[in-house]
Design a protein around this ligand. Sequence first.
Ligand code: UDP
Ligand code: MG
Length: 315
Amino acid sequence: MPEPVKAVFLSVVIPVFNEEPNLPTLFARLFPVLDGLGKTYEVLFTNDGSSDRSFELLRGQHAARSDVTRVIDFNANYGQHMAVMAAFERVRGEIVITLDADLQDPPEEIPKLLEKIDAGFDYVGGRRINRKDNLFRSLASRIVNFVRSQTTNIEMTDQGCMLRAYRRAVVDAVVRSGAINTFIPALAYSFSSKPTEVDVRHDERLAGESNYSIYKLIRLNFDLITGFTLVPLQLFTILSLLCATGSLVLVLYLAYRRIFLGVEVEGVFTLFGILFFLLSVAMVGIGLIGEYVGRTYQVIRTRQRYFVREILEIK
Ligand code: UDP
Ligand code: MG
């Protein structure tokens, strides 16, 4: 039985959801890179409720390299960021690197990130130089990037890139924050004191399709925006207030015409005026409720986030 490593230099965190065809290549490319670093390390895989044989492959890898491999097995699919979070709660490394399992983030780029950490940064974000996603993804990503940069003070060029390195203090802060619906790179950014970025290669997905459906993607991006700012809600309320003011002016004007100039088009415009006014009052109401829901949501985000069925590791 190899000796378990209690504290290591590097923890590599990899969420896995139905990556059966990619895992063998991932193991074959990742472990040599890490062995080549000449530092102690561990790799933490989270099996995020895969329905294929991913977990069996992870079990096999754990059997083969139990000194450096740990596997967290979720009972169901909780999403990439929860999978990363579960691993963050259990890392033993001073430095933590996240990586996708589909080999879009080449493991060979890990040393680049470590160089930056060595240079004294506590957060290193990857910036994909030749992004290999389809036009829709890239475009959507640009839009969200824009909204994020306008509404929050999080500065990153490539928020979607999961190839990132963090100092342990940042990871611990992410864990302590207890965030539920969260976007880890942004949350971690808000806790870092010296962030930087580095260019990394981006490859095509080795096999299979992206696990992100449009719905999941929209939800993730909502998490990114609502998790870090209430500005959208506030803008909505302000817009509704402007509408309400405008309609009030219209109603008063129409009332004036009605009283002093007589009935026009059988009262249709007056009716419209009143309708618009009431509608915008309702909108202000919705905006306000949204505001409160947003705030409540920020407070209650601490319920149990996922369920771990099993952990393969040497204690
Ligand atoms: N993933 C996960 N749970 C999910 C969806 C994805 O753990 O519900 C993992 C997936 O196995 C991969 C990473 O998150 O390691 C990125 O997923 P994917 O490649 O599908 O996303 P994309 O590269 O298209 O953003
Ligand atoms: Mg991918």
